[in-house]
Structures are given as structure tokens and as C-alpha cells.
Design a protein around this ligand. Structure first.
Ligand SMILES: [Zn+2]
Ligand SMILES: [Zn+2]
Length: 265
């Protein structure tokens, strides 16, 4: 299995996951041209993509959806409630209704040799989902845009060999930063975004010897920066109640403007 972040951050998200024969995207929150160019870097084209799974209807997750579905005929999988929201959006252009396929939390979908397992997250959207994607014994996850994590989230993330996890903001930068009060409350709230500290603590609950790669993603442009997210998460792992040190796992920060390395597990 392989995974690559094509873009990750408050300005747009698109993650590639694939096996030898099946290729999918999680979210399409950047222009189709940028998605295509990211795929070209690993020898793929948009025509090779079998399905697009959408986490939720915020624009940083769907901006390229119109072109991908209309021009390239890529089927779109997401929650029924999210489809209802997407159909109301004029910015997407005319999307043929038959491209949409609804999925439900805790119900697996098979796409080629990939098994996609959606699970519910808490965020200010109609029916936000995170995804675990498995191929045989291997599995990876994309878990972003969640206000907090519960035992349910932890259970759904156990045993993954690679994960792209939200590490959205530094709490101090957010609190002292320029955002208006209501926005600070929204981001820190139960339906907002995961802080660096929370990401580190969540990782402590799901780390295991077979975890090969951790990618921190969906970083806020204003309230975080790469080194801070990286160091905070590493420290949480080292200080956490686990046998591990932060240095035991390769941790990368997914960039907003350039694709990550292609991870192979
Ligand atoms: Zn969102
Ligand atoms: Zn987002």
C-alpha cells in the first residue's frame, strides 16, 4: 500500500492512497490541476483514480470535486448528509447526481482490493467522516477536522501502519493570535480542530511496533508552524504513558503547497 499527501492544510486537502491495482483520493480541496500534477509525480493520472472519498463539505476538502467528477468521471463517496450539502453548492458547478454514492460511518466499502472504513468524527459539518483504508493486513488512515477524540476514534485508529493525523494549531498561538474570539472558540471547541498537544496524546493511544509512518496534517497557517507541530507531538509521545520515545517513529509534516514523499507500507 502507498499513501501520499498531495496537499494538506486549512487551504486545501487531498490525500492519495493506493495499492498496486486500486487508487483513491481522500478529499479534493485543491484545484484539479494540482491534484493531477501531484499524481503525475508518482506516475499516475486522474484517469487512474477509481474513487474520491470526501470527509465533509467544507471548501478546503471539495474545491476540486466538480472538475474531478464532471470532467474525469470519478465517483464520489461520502455521507448522505454531506451529499445533500454538496448538491446545494453553486460553486461546484453542475455535478451529475449519479456520481454520488453514499457511505455510512462503520460500514465498509470495497473499491477494487481496497477496503474503506468510514468512521464518525466531531466537526462543524453535516456528517463528517474519517477514513481507514485497508489492503490485506495493511491499513492506513486519514483523520483530520475533529474537535476532540473519543475511545471510539482510538479504537478505529488502532493497528494502522501509517496515519495522516490533524495537528491543526498550537493552543498558545491560537489564544494570543489575531483570530476573532468566536473563531478561536470554534477552533478549540468540540466541533473544531485538533491541537498539536491533542494529536500527540491521541497518537500515544494508538502507537504500536508496526506503525511505520506518522504524517501530521491540516496545519493552520496562522496558528501553527511545521517545527512546532513536530516538536510538540514528539514531546507528547516521549512524555506519554507508552514504551516509546518521539524519536522511535518517522514523523513528517504534510505541507500545504507541495506533495509529501510517497510512503510505502
Ligand atoms: Zn472542516
Ligand atoms: Zn478542513
Amino acid at each position: 500500500m502507498q499513501m501520499m499527501s498531495i496537499a494538506s492544510g486549512s487551504s486545501g486537502n487531498c490525500i492519495y492512497i493506493g495499492s498496486e491495482e486500486t487508487h483513491i483520493l481522500i478529499d479534493a480541496g485543491i484545484a484539479a490541476k494540482r491534484i493531477e500534477s501531484g499524481l503525475n509525480d508518482i506516475g499516475l493520472k486522474l484517469e487512474d483514480i477509481h474513487a474520491l472519498f470526501v470527509t465533509h463539505e467544507h471548501s478546503d476538502h471539495i474545491a476540486g470535486l466538480g472538475v474531478l467528477s464532471r470532467r474525469h468521471g470519478i465517483p464520489v463517496y461520502t455521507a448522505r448528509e454531506t451529499i445533500t450539502e454538496l448538491k446545494k453548492m453553486k460553486t461546484l458547478g453542475a455535478v451529475p447526481p449519479e456520481v454520488y454514492h453514499d457511505v455510512q460511518a462503520d460500514e465498509e466499502v470495497q473499491v477494487g482490493d481496497l477496503t474503506v472504513h468510514p468512521f464518525a468524527i466531531s466537526h462543524d459539518a453535516a456528517r463528517p467522516l474519517a477514513y481507514r483504508v485497508s489492503c490485506g493486513e495493511k491499513s492506513v488512515g486519514v483523520v483530520t477536522d475533529l474537535g476532540y477524540y473519543s475511545d471510539y476514534i482510538v479504537e478505529n485508529m488502532k493497528g494502522m501502519q501509517a496515519v495522516l493525523l490533524e495537528s491543526n494549531h498550537d493552543i498558545n498561538m491560537l489564544q494570543t493570535g489575531p483570530y476573532p474570539y468566536y473563531l478561536k472558540r470554534r477552533i478549540m471547541g468540540d466541533h473544531g480542530h485538533l491541537s498539536n498537544e491533542s494529536a500527540g496524546r491521541l497518537l500515544c493511544e494508538v502507537l504500536h511496533d508496526q506503525m511505520k509512518y506518522i504524517m501530521l496534517g491540516h496545519l493552520s497557517k496562522e496558528n501553527n508552524y511545521d517545527e512546532l507541530a513536530y516538536e510538540t507531538v514528539r514531546l507528547e509521545i516521549t512524555m506519554g504513558d507508552t514504551p516509546y520515545q518521539g524519536s522511535d517513529f518517522p514523523i513528517a509534516v504534510a505541507r500545504r503547497d507541495t506533495p509529501s514523499a510517497l510512503l510505502t507500507i
